[in-house]
Design a protein. Structure first.
Length: 418
């Protein structure tokens, strides 16, 4: 495992560009399995999660050109197995997105328990519910085992929660199901919309894109398609927090203004001097003040993926802020380490934390327990006095490409230790 050594107290400034949305890249790569023709995806983030998913689909029979670059050419002329490599599946939560395409192409899917963040708390019950509504049957085998010997059939159903990957799983299966499918209580995040657009380019008629009710007309054969991914707005927001917490000035290129709005709104309440226009998001030196409450929500609410970073930012704001993440429990637990950095925190329960600031943070050894809290701890270390070490760095590199090089380019004193 690698460690990132950080000498804090440097003001970071400059320009950084974000690549395509990680949360769009994974379902679009999974969608390529629905077609025997070549699909081309550009502006792909060069991150570990993408690398792992490409390894998995190659093991299933896909051919991939451009791995490690921003443009992928994927062709799945034949799918030779319904059993993705269990070791690789154990590294990637997004491997659950393969269930629908495998049922469509093989009539069966055998998936080991997916890994990634929060494996014990994030179930896939919504995904299974959708697949069973479309005609899949559970099989009594270890992991997640489903059969669809007669193929998938269109259906009308209500998701028990507006799960993003649950909605994506339903969309991927419905695209190849016979007849019409109506998905109610669907997630509306930009990456769900992007998957709908891609499936549309593959010849799948879809109505209600970006709404809670999506209607899909399944097709017998999906065609190849070409798509450029939209920029990763969560990554753009992460760099904005890095600028603010170090008192710097950073311009982020590549994320759309309409996506940045949901992130910028609560940050502005904290006094963050930021602007967003076109595909540019800029943050200037700011005087931070506490805001009464920041609560995550389903789109277009404040994304849970930003809650760790905004909590760290609140340590530098004048006053007391309540941060409430109703969706996940372990993100806030991972931030208890900030107390040892001299942050003033009160963890009310698994979903709420009160942060009082500003406090001068002190460097220390930090444990990156998940992707987003890992990046938040890096931001804290950049603002802290003295040296910090964040490990394992690979956890954060799952979603942030060329992290060390980009931090150095902004003026950070960091070193990767393998």
């Amino acid at each position: 495992m690698a460690t990132l050594r950080i000498e804090g107290g440097r003001r970071l400034s400059g320009t950084v560009a974000v690549e395509g949305n990680k949360n769009s890249a994974l379902p679009l790569i999974a969608a390529c399995l629905l077609s025997e023709e070549e699909c081309v995806i550009s502006n792909v983030p060069r991150i570990r999660d993408v690398e792992v998913l490409l390894e998995i689909i190659q093991g299933l029979g896909a051919t991939v050109q451009g791995a490690g670059t921003s443009t992928l050419r994927i062709k799945c002329e034949s799918i030779t197995s319904e059993r993705p490599d269990p070791v690789l599946v154990g590294k990637l939560r997004g491997s659950v997105l393969l269930l629908g395409p495998l049922l469509a192409r093989r009539g069966a899917a055998r998936l080991a328990p997916p890994g990634g963040d929060f494996p014990a708390r994030r179930t896939i019950s919504t995904h299974i519910q959708a697949l069973m509504a479309l005609g899949a049957m559970l099989v009594d085998e270890p992991g997640h085992a489903l059969d669809a010997p007669d193929g998938l059939k269109g259906a009308s159903f209500y998701l028990d929660e507006a799960s993003v990957t649950g909605t994506e799983t339903a969309l991927l299966a419905a695209a190849a199901a016979r007849g019409r499918t109506e998905i109610r209580h669907a997630a509306m995040e930009p990456h769900v919309v992007e998957l709908c657009r891609f499936l549309g380019a593959m010849g799948v008629p879809i109505e209600g894109i970006g709404t809670p009710t999506i209607r899909v007309e399944g097709v017998a054969r999906c065609q190849g398609a070409t798509h450029r991914l939209q920029g990763d707005y969560v990554e753009a927001g992460s760099w904005g927090v890095v600028a603010a917490i170090t008192g710097g000035e950073i311009t982020v290129n590549g994320a759309r203004a309409e996506d940045m709005e949901v992130i910028a709104a609560p940050l502005r309440q904290m006094g963050l001097a930021c602007q967003y226009e076109g595909e540019r998001f800029s943050v200037a030196p700011s005087t931070l003040t506490a805001t009464r409450r920041i609560t995550t929500g389903l789109w277009p609410g404040f994304p849970s993926d930003m809650v760790s970073l905004v909590t760290v930012l609140a340590t530098q704001a004048d006053g007391r802020t309540l941060v409430h993440d109703w969706l996940y429990e372990l993100r806030l637990f991972a931030l208890e380490q900030l107390s040892a950095m001299r942050a003033d925190l009160f963890l009310c329960d698994p979903h709420r934390i009160i942060v009082s600031g500003p406090k001068q943070l002190k460097g220390r050894l930090l444990d990156a327990r998940d992707l987003r809290s890992g990046m938040a701890l890096i931001a804290a270390a950049l603002a802290a006095e003295g040296e910090s070490r964040v490990t394992p760095l690979e956890t954060v590199e799952r979603g942030y490409a060329s992290l060390v090089e980009r931090l150095r380019g902004l003026g950070a004193t960091v070193e990767r230790e393998d």
